[in-house]
Design a protein around this ligand. Structure first.
Ligand code: PLP
Length: 394
C-alpha cells in the first residue's frame, strides 16, 4: 500500500480527534455538559428555500434526469445560473465555460492544486491556515510554504512574502474570511498582494497564480466587505463552497471559477477538468447542483454567528483572554494562557471545554474556538471559560 496514504488514514486530524473525544465524554456525562467548540459544523439551519427547492426538484416529473449524471464539469444550466450571479454581484466577467462544479471547497482546492502544480512546485499560504492545505498541496506534488502573519493583526506580512516568492512558486493560496482567525483581507491588502504578484511574476518570467479559498465569503459582520479577487488580479482561481453559506457541509457542493482573463485560462480550465477526472471528482452531486442554482445570493441566518461572536469575544476578553476581533467566518483564534496550547487544551477539558490547539493551523500558542454552536451553549460555557482563566491567575 501507499505509505503516505496509510499514514494520513491512520492518524486522525486533531480536530476530528477532539470531536470524537467530545462524543465519548457526552455519553458519560450528558451532551448538555460538554462544550464542544471543535468543529466548523454550522449550527444555523439552512434557509427554508433549500428544503422547498429540494422538494420541488424531487417531485419533478423526470427523476432519472434529476438523479442522473450531469456533464463532468457540472450541469450547463447550473453553471449558467452561477456565472450570471457572479457577474451581476461582483461586476466581473464570468462565463459558465470557466466554472467547474465540485464536492465542496476541499475538492475545489485539491483539483485546483493538482491542475496547477508540478512536482517541486511551491504553494505559499499564510499562517494560521486551514489544516488540510498541507495534505492537499502535497497530494498535488507541491510543497506548502506557510508564512507567519503579522502577530498583532493576522494580516499578510509583505516583507516575508517578498522574500518567500521564488522561481518554484506556482501559486499563493489565500483564505479570507479566514479559518481559524476570522480575519478578512481588505481592499488595500488585496491591491498590495496583486501588485507584488505582478512584480514577482515579471521578475521570474512566469505567471504566479492566486488561489482564493472562499467558503466563508458571506459570513462577515458589521458591514465588512470581502473584495472579489478576480477584479484585482487576473490570474485568480476561486474555490467556492456552499458548505457554510447555506449550512450544507454534508452535501458536498461547491465550484471552481477560473478567471477567463487569467494567463492561459482555457488551458488552465482544461487542466481543472483533467484533475477532476484524475481524482474521480467528476459530476458533483446532481440534486444539489440543481438546488444551489436556485439559491444564488441566499444564505443561512448569519446574524446568529455575529451574535455568538459578540457574546463570546466580549466575555473572553473580560476574563483576560486575548484575540484579534474576527470580522468573518465563525472562529475565534485565542491566545492560550500558557505557552503550550496542547497543554492548555488538555486543561480546558477538565471544564469540559473542547478547544483545538493552533499548532496544526501553523500557529503555536493559540487555540481555535468554533462559535458556530448554539448561543445558549455559549452562555452555559462562559463560567467554565472564566474558571479556566482563573486557574492561571492563581
Ligand atoms: N477551506 C476552509 C478554510 C475550510 O474551513 C473548510 C472547511 O471547514 C474547507 C476549505 C473545506 O470545505 P468543504 O466542507 O466545503 O469541503
Amino acid at each position: 500500500m501507499n505509505q503516505r496514504m496509510y499514514e494520513l488514514g491512520s492518524k486522525r486530524s486533531v480536530i476530528r480527534e477532539i470531536f470524537e473525544f467530545g462524543k465519548s465524554r457526552a455519553a458519560q456525562i450528558g451532551a448538555e455538559n460538554v462544550y464542544d467548540f471543535s468543529l466548523g459544523n454550522p449550527s444555523v439551519a439552512p434557509p427554508q428555500i433549500v428544503e422547498d427547492t429540494l422538494i420541488e426538484l424531487l417531485r419533478s416529473d423526470n427523476p432519472t434526469a434529476m438523479h442522473g449524471y450531469t456533464s463532468a464539469q457540472g450541469d450547463a444550466s447550473v453553471r449558467g445560473a452561477i456565472a450570471e450571479y457572479i457577474a451581476k454581484t461582483h461586476g466581473v466577467e464570468c462565463d459558465p465555460s470557466f466554472l467547474y462544479m465540485t464536492c465542496g471547497a476541499a475538492a475545489s482546492l485539491t483539483i485546483t492544486l493538482s491542475a496547477l502544480c508540478n512536482r517541486g512546485d511551491e504553494v505559499i499560504t499564510f499562517a494560521p491556515y486551514f489544516t488540510e492545505y498541507k495534505v492537499f498541496a502535497e497530494t498535488a506534488g507541491a510543497k506548502l510554504i506557510a508564512l507567519a502573519s503579522d502577530p498583532e493583526t493576522f494580516q499578510i506580512d509583505f516583507n516575508l512574502l517578498e522574500g518567500a516568492i521564488g522561481k518554484n512558486t506556482a501559486a499563493i493560496l489565500v483564505n479570507s474570511p479566514n479559518n481559524p482567525s476570522g480575519v478578512v483581507y481588505n481592499e488595500q491588502t488585496i491591491r498590495k498582494l496583486a501588485e507584488m504578484l505582478c512584480k514577482k511574476s515579471k521578475e521570474y518570467g512566469k505567471t504566479i497564480y492566486l488561489i482564493t479559498d472562499e467558503p466563508y465569503r458571506e459570513l462577515v459582520y458589521g458591514g465588512v466587505e470581502v473584495p472579489y479577487l478576480t477584479k484585482y488580479y487576473p490570474h485568480t482561481i476561486v474555490c467556492y463552497s456552499y458548505s457554510k453559506s447555506l449550512s450544507l457541509p454534508g452535501e458536498r457542493i461547491g465550484y471552481i471559477f477560473v478567471n477567463p482573463k487569467a494567463e492561459r485560462a482555457k488551458e488552465l480550465y482544461l487542466a481543472v477538468c483533467g484533475a477532476g477526472r484524475a481524482l474521480g471528482y467528476v459530476c458533483a452531486p446532481s440534486l444539489f447542483q440543481k438546488m444551489v442554482a436556485k439559491c444564488q445570493g441566499i444564505t443561512s441566518d448569519v446574524s446568529i454567528y455575529e451574535k455568538n461572536r459578540n457574546l463570546l469575544a466580549d466575555a473572553l476578553r473580560k476574563f483576560g483572554y486575548q484575540c484579534v476581533q474576527p470580522d468573518g467566518a465563525f472562529y475565534l483564534f485565542v491566545r492560550a494562557l500558557e505557552e503550550d496550547a496542547n497543554a492548555f487544551c488538555e486543561r480546558a477539558k477538565k471544564y469540559n471545554l473542547l478547544l483545538v490547539p493552533g499548532d496544526d493551523f501553523g500557529c503555536k500558542g493559540y487555540v481555535r474556538i468554533a462559535y458556530c454552536v448554539s448561543t445558549e451553549m455559549i452562555q452555559r460555557a462562559l463560567p467554565s471559560f472564566e474558571k479556566l482563566a482563573n486557574e492561571y491567575k492563581k
